[in-house]
Design a protein around this ligand. Structure first.
Ligand code: SF4
Length: 479
């Protein structure tokens, strides 16, 4: 079968990602498919034409060759896929008149491409040009990327000798309407004691794996879920365990996402364990929206949690907010930003709501703002961050984001969260504990990652902790 035709048969999901960039419904891929696809191969070239009614776009690419047939096959597959995606992108651009903010970038990490360009020796200006020319990225987005890449290059470089640690607490007080994690509601707390026992076993086992692997702890992150949803005694036990088993990290973070779970005693436990960075996340400072999205707290509780954390002397508080929440307009988002300016977090992460189309049904009574309004909210988030002296240091994109925008983390100079950067760039080994945690061994030379996932079901995790530990011993053997 001609290579281009073969590529077309396997990349339907990637082509769907392209049409999604233009807000086209997934039904354009139902049979009979909306597009006609005509392919042609000469000895030197792949040629493809996508046709939509009377509009069409044609793309051509040279067929790569290499003395190593395996490498040649790989390069040819890549070239054929890229050509199909790019040509469909050109056609959609023509038929819809839409210019997606991140151009034709799908399934790639934008910062990764920028870091690669800089590593090749391009100046930031030339790297920006490359993003604009090659991927049709809007210039302000390309400039944002360059700024982020330059900040990241000042951080301690990752490498084989380092390892990050993640500890997951899969409990929350209530479930947010947009949640995509496997966390459950803590309910009557029945699962907490057996979960904590299993986790302690895994933490002690992993401390041993880390020591025997001969590597050095880099950044430690306690996430979930909401770790502070644990009862005080369990939370203090967890913090003490971390201090005992994982001393000496370059950075420690504990998610304290829900303000209604934060108490003075928990904040003291955090500080006693040597943790200096926590995250208190309002998502929005509008009580009406908080109710719609299923968070059982008020904006006033957020203010109170910040006051308490400051009083106890937490030096670094991160704030997460979401642009594009159901029922919100620019005025609502402006109120959230006003609160951010008053609370002065050391870092601010501006997310864009990502929600699968199917979930939108449940939000009928609170319509989602459109892509353009969400884009203005995201811009407002950036202005607020800059007015607080924060600079962008990491960003990532997800499927189904409103307006095909992005999530961007801003921090005061010297306050970039190493763990966040490591996760987005996938340049650091990760030893992950707790239900749903995914350990990763990075093979930079091969461009490959070996993953050892923990089961995400809490009860199963409790039963199978030994097996989870064994999976990690296999990918991080004794040095
Ligand atoms: S706080 Fe986070 S993990 Fe918990 S329900 Fe909300 S989105 Fe999910």
């Amino acid at each position: 079968m001609p290579e281009l035709t073969a590529a077309l048969e396997t990349i339907r999901p990637e082509l769907m990602n392209v049409t999604r960039l233009f807000g086209l419904p997934e039904s354009v891929w139902d049979e009979p498919v909306r597009y006609r696809m005509d392919t042609e191969e000469t000895p030197e070239k792949y040629i493809i034409t996508f046709t939509d009614g009377t509009d069409s776009a044609t793309g051509e690419a040279e067929i790569p060759s290499d003395p190593d047939l395996r490498v040649q096959a790989l390069h040819r597959r890549r070239a054929a896929r890229r050509l199909c995606k790019q040509t469909l992108y050109d056609l959609c651009r023509k038929t819809t008149g839409i210019h997606p903010p991140w151009g034709s970038m799908t399934g790639v990490r934008p910062t990764h491409l920028m870091l690669e360009a800089l590593a090749e020796g391009l100046t930031p200006e030339d790297a920006i040009e490359r993003m604009v020319d090659r991927f049709d990225v809007l210039r302000p987005k390309a400039e944002l990327l360059a700024e982020i890449a330059l900040t990241q290059r000042k951080l301690p470089a990752p490498g084989d000798r380092w390892i990050d640690v993640y500890i997951g607490i899969p409990f929350c007080t209530t479930r947010c309407a947009y949640c995509s994690f496997s966390s459950g509601e803590i309910g009557n707390g029945r699962l907490v004691p057996p979960y904590m026992n299993a986790l302690e076993k895994e933490i002690r086992g992993c401390a041993e794996i880390l020591r025997r692997s001969g590597r050095t702890l880099r950044a430690l992150y306690v996430g979930g879920g909401t770790p502070t949803a644990l009862p005080e005694n369990d939370f203090r036990r967890l913090m003490a365990l971390i201090a005992e088993c994982f001393p000496g990290a370059l950075e420690y973070t504990v998610e304290a996402g829900r303000p209604d779970t934060i108490t003075r005693e928990k904040l003291r436990a955090v500080l006693d364990a040597g943790v200096r960075r926590i995250s208190i996340n309002p998502q929005t400072m509008n009580d009406r929206t908080l109710k719609v999205i299923g968070r059982a707290h008020t904006a006033a509780q957020v203010v109170e949690a910040y006051r308490l954390a400051r009083e106890e002397g937490i030096p670094h508080i991160n704030m997460d907010v979401i642009a594009g929440l159901p029922g919100e307009n620019e005025g609502d988002f402006a109120r959230t930003m006003e609160a951010a300016r008053a609370l002065r977090p050391e870092s601010l992460t501006v997310h864009t709501l990502a929600i699968k189309r199917s979930s939108r049904m449940s939000l009928e009574n609170a319509p989602l703002p459109d892509g353009e309004m969400t884009a203005r909210m995201v811009a407002m988030g950036m202005e607020t961050a800059r007015s607080l002296g924060l600079v962008p240091y990491y960003m990532y994109r997800q499927k189904y984001m409103a307006g095909n925008l992005e999530n961007t983390g801003y921090a005061l100079p010297g306050h970039a969260c190493l763990y966040n950067v490591d996760m987005m760039e996938e340049t650091s080994h990760v030893l992950a504990m707790g239900a749903g945690g995914i350990s990763k061994r990075i093979w930079p030379e091969e461009g490959h990652i070996t993953r050892a996932p923990n089961v995400s079901n809490i009860e199963e995790y409790i039963r199978r902790t030994d097996e989870m530990l064994e999976r990690k011993r296999e990918i991080f053997p004794e040095a």
